[in-house]
Ligand binder design. Sequence first.
Ligand SMILES: [Zn+2]
Length: 323
Amino acid sequence: MDVQLPHALLFAGQPGVGKRELADALAARLLCEAPLKAHQPACGNCPSCLMFANGNHPDFRLLQPDAAAESEEETPVAEEGKKKASKQIRIQQIREVEDFFHVGGHRGGARVCIIDPAEAMNAITANALLKILEEPSASFYFIMISHRWRRLLPTLLSRSRRVMFGRPAEGQAKRWLAERKLAEHAKWLPFFGHAPLEVADAAKSGRLKALDALVADLLKPADPLAQAARWEALVKADSALPMEELVTTLQKWLFDLGRLAIGAPARYFPQAAMTQQAKRISLPALVQAQQQVGQLRAWSSHPLNTKLFLEDLCVRAFKPLKT
Ligand SMILES: [Zn+2]
């Protein structure tokens, strides 16, 4: 490649703003075997591009936690007794990259490794990676993705060139969604921190449908126990809403009610018809509910009993809504 590129790049920024997409495009470009000018993207047709698109390029490695790899394979059914997939990058994975680094490339061009996300490395794996980064190699490129780059080891930060990804402008994000026939979901942009790829992801996985149902329920709060039973189905269904997201959605709802109650604009649900609800609300009760739901959030990733947890959650969260 004719452009001088640092050998360790760190793409940093909030989720859903295109870090991984650019990393993939850059990896394809580095591996592409067509004669390209500096500004041209990968050709998409050469043997290298075809192998990359098929996920079997011998000079490319993707390093991610097993849990992430599993969810990409769209096999949500966890087999009984199966070991829980790791959310961390394992030391064995780094060792394999080390072998990949030391053995020459297969096609005589660049070799690329994407690490997604870099914060899935603990101190041991990050230090093992650092050892590889310390050895100079002309044709080897590491592209690390990070949603929380401040948590990375300082040595890792100093060894890589950081590229910050900001959130796109509102119009740009809406256009991007419209181009993918997702214009109707643009109302979810504030909820997802204005990150259009997060919205697209949630639409694809069916989570937006669940979130829509949740919002409808919150606008017309039912009896907390009946509500808990309905939400139990929601968090258990296929393409389900994880319990943690249900709880954070509730937190965002209560937060917006508080904003509206004091005359500030809603932050997460600007298009939901919450104004009437906000007018009826008692602020002390709201603050109490916010605190209690916040405390429950700590349990949300593994509640002892899903039904009891949801009942507790609904009783506490709905108290200010009913007054
Ligand atoms: Zn190509």
